[in-house]
Design a protein around this ligand. Structure first.
Ligand code: UT7
Length: 330
């Protein structure tokens, strides 16, 4: 009997820039306090790429080079690079092609996917399909963000949340029923009014007016996004568990997008997960948008055991939301 091909993660690596932006430093920039930020978000510090000559691709290249080295993989063996980002190096060409060139990947192809904070989940799902159908054999999926380039450091509603970083996974075919088992993906454009960056696209191309109106920065109606995020994250976890007939005890780790500790806690509580089964690093990195989930996997990699079932879950701009069920392969 022909065995089903699945796409399995066979390595994970991350990179965060050295500069640490603390809550204390933020109090010198906007009217806020360490106490407010910690209790409302769970964030204590985030990393910032200070070098103006470096972009999201450079963060990704660091993560990918580390990944190739630790998995003994040659750049020439990679035939697919998919990138999740809302901070591409430029409008075009896409960041995937810039990364491929910088890492020295010439085989196959690559492209970017913009699904904001759900970007890694969407991108991992697409890469898995390309592996399952034989289009690709060795894929890299990377979430990379230089959020500091689109954050308004005079807006206390948003500047306390975001950070820079990149996380990458290697994806390969698996014939023994390990890997990406299922996914639940959703989007609803109604939500675009609550979380966006209006300037710089074809609707509002860059001009003195768009700069003056601060349209090249992230806008977020935090309260609205919070409300939808709680519901969307809960739906995504519940649906994937129901569909796969999973009880909480069958799942080793919940790997949530790191946007706000309160959203994570309510998602975990609703699905019956104690917090010691929930991957967390929001305290140190803040919200790195498409990079939070692979950065979590990187931080917890040495605690993962072959056969562990993981649920990845995220909610973000669009709105987009979704979850992925993984049976860990190593
Ligand atoms: O990752 C993609 C998806 N994004 C998310 O999931 C983020 C979802 N939203 C959130 O995480 C939260 O809404 C925030 C962290 C952004 C804000 O927390 P909140 O508890 O929803 O606060 P709020 O916006 O309801 O504001 C409460 C109060 C307001 O003051 P008043 O109007 O009650 O007097 C704000 O002006 O807190 C004030 N405030 C602050 N105070 C000190 C807002 N930001 C700050 C701040 N420091 N940084």
């Amino acid at each position: 009997m022909l065995k089903k091909v699945r796409a399995a993660i066979t390595g994970v690596h991350g990179y965060v820039p050295e500069y640490i932006l603390t809550n204390e430093e933020l109090t010198t920039m906007v009217d806020t306090s360490d106490e407010w930020i910690v209790t409302r978000t769970g964030i204590k510090e985030r990393r910032i790429l200070k070098d103006p000559g470096k972009a999201s691709s450079d963060l990704a290249v660091k993560a990918i080079n580390g990944l190739l080295e630790k998995t003994n993989t040659r750049a020439s063996d990679i035939d697919l690079v998919l990138v999740a980002t809302v901070t591409p190096d430029m409008q075009f060409p896409d960041t995937a092609n810039i990364i491929r060139d910088k890492v020295g990947i010439t085989k196959g192809f690559g492209f970017d996917i913009n699904a904001a904070c759900t970007g890694f989940i969407y991108t991992l799902s697409v890469a898995a399909k390309l592996i399952e159908t034989g289009v690709a054999r060795k894929a890299i999926v990377v979430g990379t963000e230089k959020m500091s380039t689109i954050v308004d450091y005079t807006d206390r509603n948003t500047c306390i949340i975001f950070g820079d970083g990149a996380g990458a996974v290697l994806l390969e075919p698996n014939y023994d029923d390990f890997g990406i088992m299922d996914e639940f993906l959703r989007s609803d454009g109604y939500g675009r009014q609550f979380l966006n960056m209006e300037g710089g696209g074809s609707l509002n191309p860059a001009s003195h007016e768009t700069v003056d109106a601060r349209q090249h920065y992230v806008y977020q109606d935090g309260r609205q996004v919070f409300k939808f995020a709680v519901t969307g994250m809960q739906e995504a976890v519940t649906e994937i568990m129901l569909r796969n007939k999973l009880l909480t005890q069958d799942v080793k780790w919940l790997v949530p997008h790191q946007a706000n500790i309160r959203i994570i806690q309510s998602t975990a509580e609703k699905a019956g997960f104690p917090m010691d089964k929930v991957m967390l690093n929001i305290e140190r990195y803040g919200n790195t948008t498409a990079a939070t989930i692979p950065l979590c996997l990187w931080d917890y990699e040495d605690q993962l055991v072959k056969g562990d079932q993981l649920i990845l879950v995220a909610f973000g701009g669009g709105f987009t939301w979704g979850s992925i069920l993984i049976k860990w392969a190593y």
